[in-house]
Design a protein around this ligand. Structure first.
Ligand code: ASP
Length: 301
């Protein structure tokens, strides 16, 4: 069988927001799609494919994840990431992780090498060291602020201008997986954790439903448990596009906040949806690549 016959599909996003993604960011989306699709085409698993795609985006420095991560208000970069395997519902995640270039790889370690789902802070970093995941110094910390100083700088939750990254995929065996990685939002308190490492909020994957990776204001996405909401709708037979749009519209109405989602099902259907003006994103299937600054223009199936 050729790659064209097996329903292989991978989607990636590089965050959603009001600004058009740069051509360099779009080029990295293309590279991430290629890295993930190559694994699928070699009969690799969806979970390996989404990890590989997110690794490319984290290492690029063009997004608010890994090397390009936003600093928290005390000047320190603390990152969140998660990964989920729709075949087994196994999941791994890290929160408030410092000093690692590829948080998604540490999330994968939590999934594969521990009985836990979410590891936070210095111990997540120690797990990374233990498994030989390279250290990363990160930007030089700015001066430390008092609580008063932190509160003065605090703003209403707003996604960063450069985006969180994520990937969803469906492999040759019909399994799905999802992964998400972020440096957070603008002007966040030290220790703030968003939706991206929370299974059911920023990431979800179940072969019986589909795979979902979210981007947008985490405070709203968490309260709406958006990824799981979309997956539940998929399991009830809604198309990826209908499920995604319904969830985003509900969140906007009921909680407030803008977001975007990439969605793929075990049947090979997919959608890229967002309520923001732009979402850096792309899809690769049947050996074809489509990349755009705006999800709705990429086309759904
Ligand atoms: N969802 C991310 C967070 O709240 C931010 C984003 O997607 O831009 O941490």
């Amino acid at each position: 069988m050729t790659g064209a016959d097996r329903g292989l599909v991978i989607l990636v996003h590089g965050g959603c927001g009001p600004r058009r993604p740069s051509s360099r960011a779009v080029a990295e989306i293309r590279r991430a799609l290629a890295a993930g699709f190559e694994i699928l085409a070699r009969d690799g698993s969806a979970v390996d494919a989404v990890e590989a795609a997110v690794v490319v985006l984290e290492a690029s420095g063009r997004f608010n994840a890994g090397k390009g991560s936003q600093r928290q208000l005390d000047g320190i970069v603390r990152m969140d990431a998660s990964i989920m395997d729709g075949r087994t519902l196994a999941a791994g995640a890290v929160a408030s992780l410092e000093g690692v270039l590829n948080p998604v790889r540490v999330a994968r370690c939590v999934m594969d090498a521990t009985p836990h789902v979410l590891l936070a802070g210095p111990w997540a970093r120690r797990l990374a060291r233990h498994h030989g995941i390279p250290a990363w110094a990160g930007p030089t910390p700015r001066r430390r602020l008092s609580w008063k100083g932190l509160y003065q700088r605090l703003a209403a939750p707003r996604a960063a201008d450069t985006g969180t990254v994520g990937a969803v995929a469906r492999d040759a065996a019909g399994h799905v997986a999802a992964a998400t990685s972020t440096g957070g939002i603008r002007r966040m308190l030290p220790g703030r954790v968003g939706d991206s490492p929370l299974i059911g909020a920023g990431t979800y994957a179940d072969d019986g439903a589909g795979a979902v990776s979210m981007t947008g204001v985490g405070e709203a996405i968490i309260r709406g448990a958006l990824a799981r909401l979309i997956a539940s709708d998929l399991a009830l037979g809604r198309t990826p596009r209908a499920a995604g749009q319904r969830a985003l519209a509900w969140m906007r109405r009921r909680i407030g906040g803008e977001a975007g989602a990439i969605i793929a099902t075990g049947a090979g259907a997919f959608a890229l949806v967002h309520t923001t003006r732009y979402m850096a994103c792309g899809v690769r299937r049947k050996g074809l690549v489509r990349v755009a600054a705006s999800g709705t223009r990429v086309g759904d199936r």
